[in-house]
Design a protein around this ligand. Structure first.
Ligand code: ARG
Length: 544
């Protein structure tokens, strides 16, 4: 659905040829929106502003949307949307099978690379953010009719497996008895061992060669490490109520066979060159080349990502690829995208976007870490929030805190604040939803029916209806800009407008058509709050 403000904006733009810079009116008597476009044009043209305003008003035909326009003060134009238009739009929302969302006319195939934890390590706060943010994009794009292909690029390959396997053999451990925490402890023992013992280090290197050569025993232990890790990841995904499943797994090892091919391809076409024994790509504008095969013949993180792009475009047929990975990897992705463009793996019609995000800070404002200085595991964060509130509320608190400020910003993990049902929090929105559900339940119990929104005399009702009409446009914006805080801010405003509406407009205590219209407005608001929360991956409870 087209939002009423957007519709109006476009009309004024047509007549004036410039951005009307519509602002919400500061007082109800000024209508709903105000534009200073006449003042700006008057300055340019050297004419009296009120005269310019009058000529704009004369040319502008918005009588199907607005009350007669007013010119105020030095030459502002005031717009008041007609109550019947607002009512009609709220009713249309209530009847819309798409819940106010604009299904895309050109559905795309969108790969979203998110979560991506590493085998034999617990998920940490970076993976928490990636999982929450990526899942929100997943929900938003899917709801708009795009084909979403999640790819969980887990770290399941690399030199670390040499020492892990050796340590397991040294300790005579049965890897299937491990869980993620004990696998991580094993990782740390192996690492310490590696540093202290030259002979172990040599064996670990040899073990990497065996793994790469497909040695049976080595592969078996490697696979067991993956299995125990996946069990841990999946338990966390369940806990987080995200859409990721095993079906979306495409770990680094998936691309093993492609790595030499990518190198050969790039070398044979002269895109990659041997430099100091390594195969590298010099990318214009980057101060260091991308290393795709090191001096010892090993392939790295960048090579794997090039192979992944090639498949995502070639086999998965992606039109858009979104990477949700922490901001420290910005350089890596910019360089990989540039190489992929040079090589034609990323053709012009396909977009690749890295959505970086900031860190999670502790209450002390410093990077969140344990007393020992290691990264805090994701489950510990979930535990902390659950110590303050019920699981679905705790989760709402975390997800909302993660999504509601600009993604690039760091945010402070303050469990006590995040679970409050007042202020700009997830639980506040859940509460707003539960409260409107309660009113509708009571109305039903009293036998009060409702159908359409018909009466919208009060400014508080009109504000609510106006906001409701903007829902589709806000979600479209998130799909394009990948900025979920826009949706969070919108829902927060909507919950605020709803609270104000209750204050000044009795619902159950009103009568007749006013009551049924208010109930319908409540139902439309419930619909938008519920849908919006769902797009954020937050449960919208009917009771709280
Ligand atoms: N496993 C990596 C990490 O924990 C993230 C992988 C992100 N995705 C990618 N295609 N590189 O940092």
């Amino acid at each position: 659905m087209q939002s009423l403000p957007a519709l109006l904006d476009a009309r004024v733009r047509d007549v004036t040829g410039v951005d009307p810079e519509m602002r919400p009116a500061t007082k109800p008597q000024f209508g709903h929106f105000q534009s200073n476009v006449a003042l700006r044009l008057a300055k340019q043209e050297g004419r009296p502003p009120r005269e310019v305003a009058a000529s704009i008003v004369e040319k502008l035909d918005v009588s199907d949307l607005c009350e007669p326009l007013e010119i105020a003060g030095p030459g502002f134009i005031n717009f008041r949307i007609r109550a019947d238009v607002l009512a009609h739009s709220a009713t249309a929302l209530l009847e819309d099978p798409n819940r106010g969302l604009n299904r895309s006319e050109q559905p795309q195939r969108v790969v979203i690379d998110y979560s991506a934890p590493n085998v034999a390590k617990q998920m940490h706060v970076g993976h928490l953010r990636s999982t929450i943010i990526g899942d929100c994009f997943h929900r938003v794009l899917k709801a708009l009719g795009h084909e979403v292909i999640p790819q969980n690029h887990i770290g399941d390959w690399g030199r670390q497996f040499g020492m892990l396997v050796e340590q397991i053999l040294d300790e005579d451990l049965d890897p299937s008895t491990l869980d993620l925490a004990s696998a991580e402890a094993l990782y740390q023992r192996a690492n310490a061992h590696l540093k202290a013992d030259e002979e172990f280090a040599t064996r670990s290197r040899d073990r990497v060669v065996k793994l790469q050569a497909g040695d049976d025993e080595t592969l078996r232990i490697w696979q067991q490490l993956i299995d125990v890790s996946l069990a841990g990841f999946n338990a966390t995904y369940d806990r987080m109520n995200v859409l990721l499943t095993n079906e979306h797994l495409a770990g680094e090892s998936t691309y093993n066979d492609d790595l030499p091919r990518v190198c050969d391809d790039l070398e044979s076409r002269g895109i990659a060159v041997v430099d100091d024994g390594a195969l590298v790509v010099f990318v214009p504008g980057f101060n260091a080349p991308a290393i795709i095969r090191n001096q010892r013949g090993g392939y790295g993180y960048a090579t794997t990502d090039l192979a992944a792009i090639r498949r995502r475009v070639g086999e998965l047929d992606a039109d858009r690829i979104i990477y949700v990975v922490g901001a420290p990897q910005t350089f890596h992705f910019e360089q990989v995208f540039a190489v992929a463009r040079m090589a034609g793996y990323l053709p012009e019609g396909v977009t690749a976007e890295h959505v970086g995000f900031g860190q999670v800070l502790g209450a002390d404002g410093k990077k969140f870490s344990t007393r020992e200085g290691t990264a805090v595991s994701l489950n510990v964060l979930l535990d902390m929030a659950e110590a303050e509130a019920a699981p679905n509320v705790a989760l709402a608190a975390i997800k909302y805190a993660d999504l509601s400020s600009g993604l690039q910003k760091d945010y402070t993990f303050d469990a006590e604040r995040m679970v409050q049902t007042t202020g700009d929090t997830g639980p506040y929105l859940q509460y707003a939803h539960a409260r409107v559900c309660q009113i509708l339940r009571r109305a039903e119990a009293e036998g009060y029916g409702y159908g359409a929104v018909t009466v919208l005399d009060e400014p508080a009702e009109q504000t609510l209806a106006l906001l409701l009409s903007r829902f589709g446009e806000i979600v479209d914006e998130v799909a394009v800009t990948l900025q979920p805080h826009k949706l969070c801010g919108y829902l927060y405003d909507l919950a605020g407008a709803l609270a104000h509406f209750y204050e000044v407009c009795p619902v159950l205590k009103s009568e007749g058509e006013v009551r049924s219209s208010r109930l319908a407005l409540c139902a439309a608001t419930k619909l938008v709050l519920g849908t919006g929360l769902d797009l954020l991956g937050i449960d919208a409870p009917e009771r709280m």
